[in-house]
Design a protein around this ligand. Structure first.
Ligand SMILES: [Zn+2]
Length: 586
């Protein structure tokens, strides 16, 4: 490999390589230009031809021709060598994987041929007219964009593409393993994509790796993806990243869900986006993004609340250290596509109105709970608490304390008190205070008593016949995630299995955030002897009674506040009703 580095370096001049990405001007003994790695107006990016190195005095990026390609193309070391050798026709020896490489090469070849075919049908064949019409008239895409993104059309009929591929020397097996064809029962093959607009998928180095076909005849499914192949892994791919990666470096990544939400802003000049094409974000995709940026903008439709997306957002910012912001599409626009078509000037500035994730979450809580009564205010504060405790910056903390107090019309000291309050934990099952048990992943406070209770439950071997399960009230859980998890746990115990819980099976029945929480509960370091059934039951009993009592206390407090308010307003009827409620509680 060292030999390869030498070969590459002696054959290439850094100035000419960099010049294909950055406009360089001679400046003394250096070449100078606008840095491709950060957003700047003055040129602080220097390239030195003698030393064959570059450095940016704005952001500090520096290195040689290979690290430049690694950074700008988002490739690892070996792939950068390969990239340079292919781009500049330099022969190097990249050893092994010969047979795999051959299969991959055939895949790229067949994809390329299909790409040409789809584009030809769209642009030059009669049967493509309907698709042209759809893209340009109905979806308002410009011909330049259709061309730039190599959009094509797969005609109706069963064999157009497969016949074409066969004529060009591809075998039945190759057509099927490329996911362009589907095998027939009698041994033949038919086209996978029929009557669909074709959006090709490109790898980071610009190779065609797969396709997405959108029906224009309202057939099911609306969107059809290539199956995974040796060169296409759905969870490791982001649509448009290949085109937008440099923009991402400068301005952060706007994550959108569909092709048109990507293409339309791009067409109007907002280019720092990429699309997940309908799948949930995967860790691999985040690692990919991390190569280019530390900032992610989540873009939500104006009508979807997106609690799960928020949870996902928090998780991401925590795990991968992303700065996460939220873009809200103003009403009445349904998505980015529509927003750009109707008001492109305003839409181009969408990131300037990005909302901090905390503000977005507060806004969500205000919609979820009532701001006008004590119980609503209590719920808001208690759900916001976990967020608040995670903020490390004092100014930010103070900002939100003030905001929350004003919004809820409460005294700042009272709010601060509630925000800082932790339910104390008896020492005998307090966790070891190591860093990882302190972690409050996905908003759940794992230091709380309810978390301990759940932790014991999921680890213990109690079954549905245990009275504990019936005694514990759902409402005793303050944390909505834990409450839901407990509900599912109980109904799982009662309905699904007679004996103790099978945690893996149970986990399979849960949503992502819940099974994450379950994992954390299972990992929680609690100092209690789980092998002693007597001890476990004793602890559980104490916890259940504590949580149930706390819930009752909260209720009493809430009703008392409401009574006081009603008395103030001389609303004797309400006072009477509330008093009855209160006596029932006490
Ligand atoms: Zn820079």
């Amino acid at each position: 490999m060292n030999n390869n580095v030498e070969i590459i370096k002696t054959h290439l001049d850094i100035v000419s390589v960099v010049s294909s990405y950055v406009e360089l001007k001679k400046s003394g003994s250096n070449h100078k230009g606008l840095c491709p790695f950060h957003n700047e107006k003055g040129a602080s990016f220097m390239v030195n031809q003698n030393l064959q190195i570059y450095k940016c005095f704005g952001c500090g990026e520096s290195g040689d021709v290979i690290s430049f390609i690694q950074k700008i193309e988002g490739l690892d070391f070996k792939s950068s060598l390969k990239f340079l050798s292919e781009k500049y026709g330099i022969k190097i020896d990249l050893e092994k994987d010969v047979s795999e490489n051959k299969d991959k090469r055939r895949l790229y070849e067949i994809n390329n041929l299909a790409l040409e075919f789809f584009q030809y049908i769209l642009n030059s064949h009669d049967s493509g007219k309907i698709a042209q019409n759809y893209l340009i008239k109905k979806r308002n895409l410009k011909p330049e964009i259709i061309k730039e993104f190599n959009i094509g059309y797969a005609p109706r009929g069963w064999n157009h593409l497969s016949d074409f591929l066969k004529k060009r020397g591809f075998s039945h097996d190759e057509i099927i393993s490329s996911s362009l064809g589907v095998s027939k029962k009698n041994g033949g093959v038919y086209d996978k994509f029929r009557g669909r607009i074709i959006f090709p998928y490109f790898s980071l180095d610009g190779k065609c790796i797969g396709f997405m076909g959108r029906t224009i005849f309202e057939e099911d499914p609306k969107y059809l993806n290539s199956s995974e192949t040796m060169v296409f892994k759905k969870g490791e791919f982001l649509y448009g990243l290949y085109k937008s990666k440099l923009e991402l470096k400068k301005n952060g990544a706007i994550l959108v869900e569909g092709m048109l939400d990507y293409l339309k802003p791009y067409q109007y000049g907002l280019k720092n986006l990429c699309a997940t094409s309908g799948t949930a974000l995967t860790p691999k995709q985040l690692e990919l993004l991390k190569r280019y940026t530390d900032r992610i903008y989540f873009c939500f439709d104006s009508d979807s609340a997106g609690v799960n997306a928020i949870l996902r957002g928090i998780e991401i910012s925590d795990k991968y250290n992303f700065e996460v912001k939220i873009l809200q599409i103003p009403k009445p626009y349904k998505d980015l596509d529509e927003y750009f078509d109707s008001n492109p000037v305003e839409a181009l500035n969408i990131t300037s109105s990005a909302v901090e994730i905390i503000d977005f979450y507060l806004g969500y809580l205000y919609k979820k709970h009532s701001l006008s009564n004590a119980s609503g205010k209590n719920k808001i504060i208690s759900e916001f608490k976990v967020f608040y405790q995670k903020i490390s910056n004092d100014v930010t903390k103070n900002h939100y304390l003030k905001k929350l107090s004003e919004d809820l019309e409460l005294d700042q000291n009272v709010v601060l008190n509630s925000l800082q309050k932790n339910i104390e934990i008896p020492t005998n099952y307090a966790p070891k205070t190591s860093e990882n048990t302190k972690e409050t992943l996905i908003g759940v406070n794992f230091n709380s008593k309810e978390a301990f209770l759940m932790s014991i439950l999921v680890k213990s071997t109690i079954d549905s016949s245990n009275p504990i399960v019936l005694e514990l009230l759902d409402e005793s859980f303050e944390d909505p995630l834990l409450r839901n998890l407990y509900k599912k746990y109980r109904s799982y115990l009662i309905n699904e299995n007679k004996g103790p819980i099978d945690i893996r099976q149970f986990s399979n029945t849960l949503e992502e955030a819940e099974s994450k929480t379950l994992e954390n509960l299972a990992l929680l370091d609690i100092e209690i002897d789980l092998s002693s059934e007597k001890k476990v039951l004793e602890e559980l009993k104490n916890l259940v009674s504590f949580l149930n009592t706390s819930y009752k206390k909260r209720q009493i407090k809430d009703i008392t506040t409401r009574i006081k308010k009603a008395e103030k307003e001389k609303d004797s009827n309400t006072v009477k009703i509330l008093m009855e409620e209160l006596t029932q509680l006490i």
